[in-house]
Design a binder for this molecule. Sequence first.
Ligand code: PSU
Ligand code: MN
Length: 305
Amino acid sequence: MNKYLDISPEVSAALAAGKPVVALESTIISHGMPYPQNVKTALEVEQIIRDNGAVPATIAIIGGHLKAGLTPEEIEYFGKKGPEIAKASRRDLPVLVARGQDGACTVTTTMMIAHMAGIGVFATGGIGGVHRGAETTMDISADLEELGQTPVMVICAGAKSILDLGLTLEYLETKGVPVIGYGTDELPAFYTRTSGFGVDYRLDTPAELAAAFHAQRAMGLKGGMLVTNPIPEEYSMDPAVINKAIDQAIAECQAQGVHGKATTPFLLARVKDLTGGDSLDSNIQLVFNNARLAARTAAELVKLG
Ligand code: PSU
Ligand code: MN
């Protein structure tokens, strides 16, 4: 175990006892939602995981330590500081850790730290992917590379159409990442249940998800698994409304020359502002939905040894 890894006593005890644990990211707290909804949501997500029989492990970098399992005070700190906390992807870890700084973990770094800690299942909202226009900008999220090399199951609500969903699926195919639809044959597009793109496999129960991931790990295959769980019908949004906001956000992003790690947070914030509170509400509900599924899947996974 590396000396920078710091697993909370509760998470450490759960892992040692073979109990189910679910990892959660912290970029969604610091960069993905406004304060105080971010803190309220993060704490509720942890409660939902407990209510469904697993232990939550929110993952972040604090003072240069890779933390698996935060206290409510630490979650409040990440929520309140918001974007002042560096968004930490794989390339940021060495310098942040060496300097003893804080970092909000993206899907990439949450997968890395979850794996270091021995946690196999991770719930979030949406993943990064191949951006629209990537054929000239080369903006492809490190999340896709991580899915190609780190054995963690990521349960999300699909990807937002701020991305090129077709190219994102092509990239995942190249990297050998199974894309699973939970109860659906179609890739969900975060705010909406459909996208027009098919997934690789449809699985219908937490036990089936656990069995597939168990087989992947037992074969020693490197790489993760992407489970896409459609937003509950009652919270899904009108595709015309959301797509209009996304198109406008992308146009503003290009006009303002936003690039690099700032692109995704910029687009997410603009889409939220342009659609009022509706998209934030949907965003919160889909994270709850993913947390429930992750806890149940982690509970099935521990039965397989
Ligand atoms: N997409 C979302 N919500 C998010 C993110 C992406 O719908 O909160 C965050 C996640 O932390 C993800 C990161 O890992 O943005 C991807 O950033 P980038 O595109 O810069 O790799
Ligand atoms: Mn990028």
